[in-house]
Design a binder for this molecule. Structure first.
Ligand SMILES: *[C@@H]1O[C@H](CO)[C@@H](O)[C@H](O)[C@H]1NC(C)=O
Ligand SMILES: *[C@@H]1O[C@H](CO)[C@@H](O)[C@H](O)[C@H]1NC(C)=O
Ligand SMILES: *[C@@H]1O[C@H](CO)[C@@H](O)[C@H](O)[C@H]1NC(C)=O
Length: 188
């Protein structure tokens, strides 16, 4: 019956091990299952020289051969755009925003449309308060692009994960809407 003792001891050890991660308040789940998922849209209206009233983004830097109201050639390479975009839960630009996407993107390629995003989603709704921070390069012409979620505050304290971006609408040069599928793989 010594083996019974051994077995119950092993059981106890197992319970302690499996509990230690939750005891720290941290939840790391397996790779394939986000511990939190949230789909939102953000709307960007680029300042093109005439729409100061409703624009939500502006080119703040351009290469020497361009300027701040025209898109640089080729592929906007070198343009730096600052933005303060509304975030909504549906596709409607005029829905009540749940927060703001605030940051910048820098066009990074001379051979395709690519943009480095550095942005905080600042949530301020009854459901969510806090921010999620994103960083990464995205190849705009691909259907789905993943960028890193590097951290968060408030309801998203210490968040880490992946955001899958899809262009949901693109109208002329002055309006685009991105669908952002936020998948957190670390939640506290
Ligand atoms: C922004 O305002 C301009 C001028 O009033 C208008 O033509 C344009 O459609 C508006 N853009 C969006 C995305 O609502
Ligand atoms: C910016 O460049 C575009 C394209 O070369 C030109 O049409 C426009 O007049 C320029 N705007 C300013 C403010 O210089
Ligand atoms: C959040 O929303 C409330 C209510 O609309 C507002 O009073 C407050 O200033 C907002 N906070 C931020 C950080 O935007």
């Amino acid at each position: 019956m010594a083996s019974l003792k051994t077995i119950s001891f092993l059981f106890l050890v197992l319970i302690l091990i499996s509990d230690s991660s939750t005891a720290l308040g941290k939840r790391i789940r397996d790779r394939n299952k986000p511990c939190k998922r949230l789909v939102v849209y953000f709307h960007d209206i680029l300042f093109t020289g005439k729409n100061a009233q409703n624009s939500t983004s502006a080119t703040v830097g351009a290469p020497a051969w361009g300027n701040k109201t025209a898109l640089a050639n080729p592929f906007r390479y070198g343009d730096l755009v600052a933005f303060d975009d509304p975030i909504t839960l549906d596709k409607n630009l005029h829905s009540t925003p749940v927060g703001r996407a605030q940051g910048f993107y820098l066009y990074t390629s001379k051979s395709t449309l690519a943009a480095w995003f550095s942005v905080s989603f600042v949530f301020n709704s009854t459901e969510h308060k806090g921010s999620i921070n994103f960083a990464g390069n995205e190849y705009v012409l691909q259907n789905t692009r993943d960028i890193s979620i590097t951290g968060g505050t408030g309801d998203f304290f210490m968040a880490r994960g992946i955001a899958s971006l899809m262009t949901d609408a693109y109208e002329k040069t002055d309006y685009f809407r991105l669908r952002v599928d936020i998948k957190l793989y670390e939640c506290w």
